[in-house]
Design a protein around this ligand. Structure first.
Ligand code: SAM
Ligand code: SF4
Ligand code: SF4
Length: 341
């Protein structure tokens, strides 16, 4: 089958699979509220259901999967799912994004199960700032998790840091050195106004331009590297040969080449991170739909796709948080921790 294209000529390649909406941290930019409405446990897709949907999506073009959440390592027996996905030769890239807190316990099993790549989110190296940003005292566990990932053989380690004005922007040089010293690549992420970021304000965003200015001051000349694929990060090289990336979804959105779809833990298919509604595939699955019905439905969704969420947000004259708490409580699928970052 030829790869279907959406209305802007974009193929479907990447699937972000959220395996749980639960999390053991409370990052201020993602889960700042005191309490949350969780997905009912009975609605969460089984591994069999996830793999069945994946097998329907593969012929439509999906060849890269990222497991995410919430915190994916909270999902019981996750390495069992990794093993099943890794066994599919069509999946050329199988990655996982984690906050690292539980990584010491799981890194080896994930590697043995066939996980190709790991990304660990770490926004700060300062214990006090970590507590302020995440609401927990777990920096030591995250650092130990990163060590465990290296020991388990994850050579292509990435470290993600969301940069927020006045909170951790002063730490960029230190984060960069830390990543270089452990042989990982740092990716700096502009603070986005997605779902749960209810405290988002444009003046808290540290733009890609400002990040580059800061890093030029601390590390000398920064050289842009050519883009090789549709990955969201623009990559740069420093004079010492080390590289890093910047994901500038706010100031320089990259919707034009976006080949990503998302599946929430309870089976809602989303064609954009900013989509306000999705398609309930769980209802179809559990209602007895056969593979061909599922495929036709997904094909229809992708070929009708027009999403350019980040570009539309950037064009707003008076930009604020994209959702208020009442909306998120009414539909938790709009939360970043539910749809998967
Ligand atoms: N819990 C895991 C973690 O934190 O790595 C995986 C899920 S988390 C939603 C995935 C990524 O989304 C993380 O790197 C996180 O920093 C990022 N993220 C969450 N909220 C964000 C926001 N408001 N702006 C930018 N990135 C955000
Ligand atoms: Fe933080 Fe990830 Fe949890 Fe969101 S899902 S609160 S980004 S650890
Ligand atoms: Fe893709 Fe939507 Fe993000 Fe744009 S905003 S890059 S269309 S997921």
């Amino acid at each position: 089958m030829t790869t279907p294209l959406d209305r802007h000529g974009r193929p479907l390649r990447n699937l972000r699979l959220s395996v749980t909406d639960r999390c053991n941290l409370r990052c201020r930019y993602c889960m700042p509220e005191p309490d949350y409405v969780w997905l009912p446990k009975a609605d969460v897709l089984s591994f069999e259901e996830i793999v069945r949907l994946l097998d329907v999506l593969i012929p439509l073009g999906v060849d890269r999967v990222r497991l995410t959440g919430g915190e994916p390592l909270l999902r019981a027996e996750l390495s069992g799912l990794v093993r099943r996905i890794a066994a599919r030769p069509a999946i050329r890239d199988l990655a996982l994004t984690s906050n690292g807190v539980l990584l010491r316990d799981h890194a080896r099993a994930l590697r043995d199960a066939g996980l190709h790549r790991l990304t660990v989110s770490i926004d700060t190296l300062d214990p006090g700032t970590f507590r302020l940003l995440t609401g927990r005292d777990d920096l030591g566990r995250v650092l130990d998790g990163i060590t465990a990932a290296r020991e388990a053989g994850f050579d292509e380690l990435k470290l993600d840091a969301v940069v927020i004005d006045g909170l951790n922007d002063g730490e960029l040089p230190r984060l960069l050195d830390f990543a270089r010293d452990i042989g990982a690549e740092l990716r700096l992420i502009e603070y986005m106004d997605v779902g749960g970021a209810t405290h988002w304000r444009l003046d808290r965003v540290v733009s890609r331009q400002r990040m580059l200015q800061m890093l030029t001051q601390s590390h000398g000349a920064v050289t842009p590297l050519p883009r090789l694929d549709s990955a969201p990060a623009d990559r740069f090289r420093l004079a010492d040969g080390s590289t890093f990336g910047i994901i500038s979804s706010v100031t320089q959105p990259f919707c034009a080449t976006c080949d990503r779809a998302r599946l929430t833990a309870d089976g809602v298919f989303l064609t954009c991170l900013y989509a306000t509604t999705g398609t309930d595939l769980r209802a179809l699955l559990r209602g007895g739909a056969d593979d061909d019905t599922l495929r036709q439905r997904l094909l229809g969704l992708w070929t009708a796709r027009r999403d350019r969420g980040a570009e539309e947000r950037a064009a707003l004259p008076d930009r604020g948080a994209s959702a208020v708490v009442a909306e998120l409580r009414q539909d938790p699928h709009r939360e970043m921790h539910t749809r998967g970052g």
